[in-house]
Design a protein around this ligand. Structure first.
Ligand SMILES: NC(=O)c1ccc[n+]([C@@H]2O[C@H](COP(=O)([O-])OP(=O)(O)OC[C@H]3O[C@@H](n4cnc5c(N)ncnc54)[C@H](OP(=O)(O)O)[C@@H]3O)[C@@H](O)[C@H]2O)c1
Length: 309
């Protein structure tokens, strides 16, 4: 059954509300992308090596550029070698140093080899940015024959990040210094319907980071979780519903990362996410109702009921 593309009033309301929430999400940190150059990023990066996964596109690519502009040394990881080489050339042109590591992070043994290679080439990795990720937008009812969606989100968003952390942590502990930055999503706090596989995989990484932080605090190793709002990157391009919704640029998203590197905060969470978290504790019936209304207005839900508009 073909769905008409014009949204009805309720759908418009849901999209407008999502847009408003996203605007609020961006506001407090919205200056980050514009002003990261004003932070002492170059000092934070002096003598440090940063490994960035997902560096061939979107947030990872913009972060690599920002680190290059600050004179940083960056190990670039993704599958697309040609794209990584272009990013490396841009980092070098901006004044930084980059090495290219074409790796499929769903291959756990390849991650072990990546850690060995990065340590051999650079001597140490001080900052690990677990940024590579994949998102899947599908209702649970629409996934009953798609268990692999849950496996592949966990494989890249959780297991790959954990494996990399395990691979690089011993060297950080030996040097008694390190920083692990996990690029999570605001969706972990808003827990929007139709993203169960994606959001659960990121929530697992958040919990791993919380547990790890308690263990390594004494070694001057910090773990930062960034609850990133919507960013206009290739990841969200296939989702038509996001076209009218405000999203920050990859450069502004890179500002969250550079701020994390300079300030080493425990979390960077837009207030709208914190508010949703609190509301979930005190009035879960209300937050469930809001999410349900949003889902009920979605095409997934109406298609499941055999409706069209
Ligand atoms: N965009 C948003 O609205 C948004 C919001 C919140 C959080 N995030 C998170 O931000 C992170 C970056 O997303 P993005 O929006 O910048 O997406 P993107 O532009 O699609 O970039 C994804 C990156 O991950 C790499 N990647 C994918 N699969 C890989 C694999 N198997 N092995 C190695 N690298 C792989 C891709 O490179 P190759 O294809 O070359 O391998 C690419 O560099 C993700 O963790 C995402 O969940 C995004």
């Amino acid at each position: 059954m073909r769905m008409a593309s014009r949204p009805n009033a309720l759908q418009r309301l849901v999209v407008d509300s999502a847009g408003l929430a996203n605007r609020l999400a961006m506001r407090p940190l919205g200056t980050a992308g514009r002003s990261y150059g004003a932070w002492p990023l170059d000092r934070a990066l002096a003598g440090r090596v940063t490994l960035v996964t997902g560096a061939s596109s979107g947030i990872g690519e913009a972060t690599a550029h920002a680190l290059g502009q600050a004179g940083g040394t960056v190990a670039l990881v993704a599958r697309s070698q040609g794209k990584l080489e272009e990013v490396a050339a841009a980092v070098a042109a901006a004044g930084g140093t980059a090495t290219v590591h074409p790796v499929d992070l769903t291959d756990l043994e390849a991650i072990d080899a990546l850690c060995a290679d990065a340590l051999a080439r650079h001597g140490h990795v001080d900052i690990l940015i677990n940024n590579a990720g994949r998102s899947i937008r599908r209702s649970v009812a629409g996934s009953t024959d798609r268990f692999h969606d849950y496996e592949r989100t966990m494989q890249l968003n959780y297991f790959a990040a954990v494996r990399l952390t395990l691979g690089l942590l011993p060297a950080m502990q030996e040097r008694r210094h390190g920083h692990i930055v996990n690029v999570s999503t605001l969706g972990v706090l808003t827990r929007v319907p139709r993203f169960s596989a994606y959001v659960a995989s990121k929530a697992a990484l958040d919990a791993f980071g919380d547990s790890l932080q308690a263990e390594v605090l004494g070694d001057d190793i910090r773990v930062t979780t960034i609850h990133m709002p919507l960013v206009r990157t290739p990841m969200i391009a296939p989702t038509g519903a996001y076209r009218g919704v405000p999203a920050i640029s990859p450069g502004a998203a890179a500002g969250f990362l550079t701020r994390a590197i300079v300030e080493r905060p425990r979390r960077l969470t837009p207030p709208v996410g914190q508010a949703m978290n609190v509301a979930d504790v005190f009035v879960p019936g209300v937050t469930d109702w809001i999410r349900h209304r949003g889902f009920a207005a979605s095409q997934d839900s109406r298609a499941a009921r055999g409706e069209s508009s």
